[in-house]
Design a protein around this ligand. Structure first.
Ligand code: URP
Ligand code: ZN
Ligand code: ZN
Length: 466
């Protein structure tokens, strides 16, 4: 039983509108919404005057404690989810990553164990890291018995996670039978592998080689290829971390043809360009190495247009953070720099500052992009992403007048690097309530290991018309 919390005097914002109202949290749920609510005996009261009261963020793309490229992501399920809470995010969907040949059910059990210390609610997607009879055979149980209703396929990372089209096709069909949502990391892995070898042979070994080996066309081609499969198989598709104008255009065109393609982008792709890889400081250039990479100027602007038009409707972080020391594993060979950047703590604040303050989004669209749309697509609606009576008491209170400067030194993410270093933002999440627990209170982070709950999800969600 949690202490009752009354949030008083704020402006509640949902995907379809806003209202001045108080909100009462009781027993982990939203118990009342209305004018001048009385505080029950023993309740704590949060003064939200002048603030926006928003559904807690849902980050549908995180990698916590993931073994990768000879190391392990620096944030575990406690540090990562605590940092999320400090930025107004109250739910994450992380990826289970089976080893090659490992039973996905066994991998899920291992991930459930790792995630038991999460401070906020969490669910899982399953990475299809290999394909074979056993994988296909375990998918029904993953979906029906364990609530893992989305599967990610890699068209990139040749020699690692990449699957041939034949296996992707078989995996998509299996998803379709089960009502599970296929997701794709869409880059052309063959071309990238070719360019990596060529660049290394030419003596280009530093971080600059990373974007050079992953031209934007590789993402455009792979995105269209995955869409074409889904279109012909008459099934939905979710494209993760869209970073290019080409991919956004392929998604928008498919949507116009009636294909159910959902596009996710990341705050970094809306604001950071490839000039970061020119930095002479290895730690800074390598700190930005992720796949797909930050793109040349022009792409962020095109992505904002796709967000405004609704073609890209979900934002995640792809939080996969490494320390400077970990990134130095790739000193002398850019292909060995651990791929990934942080951001689980920053997404809500960045998108408010750049999106709402920047004139791209209304507060309502901000809610759609940071929680409501993900809740629907991943079958967590109406429990999540929604400030209505009976929904989970997952709330971010944002003060639009409060400015904040992001620094690695002050962040809660377990790394000494931030792609947002020195960014001054207008507007900041000042309180976070997750499952009725007050986890972030004006600079005081109170997340507790094990406070989060596992979220099994049902198949045949809205992407299937459900
Ligand atoms: O560089 C990235 N994005 N690392 C995490 C794995 C992935 O591709 O999403
Ligand atoms: Zn990816
Ligand atoms: Zn990812």
């Amino acid at each position: 039983m949690t202490t009752d919390i009354l949030i008083r005097g704020g402006t509640l914002v949902g995907e379809n509108g806003r209202q001045r109202a108080d909100l009462l949290c009781h027993d982990g749920l939203i118990a009342a919404v209305g004018a001048d609510l009385a505080a029950p005996a023993g309740a704590s009261v949060i003064d939200a005057g002048g603030c926006f009261v928003l559904p807690g963020g849902i980050d549908p793309h995180t990698h916590l404690q993931l073994p990768m490229m000879g190391t392990v992501v620096a944030d575990d399920f406690f540090t990562g989810t605590a940092a999320a809470a400090a930025g107004g995010t109250t739910t994450i969907l992380d990826f289970v990553g089976p080893d090659k040949g490992q039973s996905p059910l066994d991998a899920l059990a291992a991930w459930r164990q790792k995630a038991a210390k999460a401070g906020i609610d969490y669910g899982f997607h399953m990475t299809v890291s290999w394909w074979g009879e056993r994988f296909a055979a375990e998918m029904p149980s993953l979906v029906r018995d364990h609530g893992v209703a989305s599967f990610k396929f890699f068209l990139a990372y040749k020699g690692g996670l990449m699957l041939p089209d034949e296996d992707i096709l078989a995996g998509f069909l299996r998803c379709r039978d089960l009502g599970a949502l296929p997701q794709v990391h869409a880059e052309n892995g063959e071309l990238i592998a070719h360019l990596q070898h060529k660049l290394l042979a030419e003596g280009i070994r530093g971080p600059k080689g990373h974007p050079l080996s992953r031209p934007s066309q590789c993402e455009g081609e792979a995105t269209l290829r995955a869409i074409t499969m889904a279109e012909i198989l008459e099934m939905p598709l979710y494209v993760v971390h869209v970073s290019t104008a080409e991919a956004a255009e392929a998604i928008a065109r498919a949507q116009a043809r009636g294909v159910k393609v959902i596009g996710e982008t990341l705050p970094g792709f809306l604001a950071i360009d490839a000039s970061v890889y020119d930095d002479p400081d290895f730690d800074i250039a390598a700190g930005h190495v992720m796949s797909p990479p930050y793109r040349p100027a022009g792409h962020p602007e095109a992505l904002w247009k796709a967000v405004e038009a609704g073609a890209l409707s979900i934002t995640g972080t792809d939080h996969c953070c490494f320390t400077r020391a970990q990134k130095r594993l790739g000193a002398g060979d850019f292909t060995k720099i651990p791929n990934g950047c942080g951001g689980i703590e920053d997404r809500m604040n960045i998108l408010w500052a750049l999106g709402v303050e920047g004139g791209h989004l209304s507060a309502e669209r901000f809610v759609a992009l940071t929680s409501a749309n993900a809740a629907k697509i991943f079958n967590l609606w109406p429990r999540k992403g929604n400030l209505v009576v009976g929904a989970d008491a997952d709330i971010a209170i944002l003060d639009p007048a409060k400015s904040k400067t992001i620094t690695a030194a002050a962040q809660h993410q377990n790394t000494d690097f931030s792609v947002w270093e020195g960014r001054r933002l207008k507007g900041s999440v000042v309180h976070t309530v997750a499952g009725g627990r007050h986890l972030w209170a004006d600079g005081d982070l109170r997340a507790e290991a094990g406070g989060g709950r596992y979220l099994p999800r049902k198949p045949f969600g809205p992407a299937y018309g459900g």
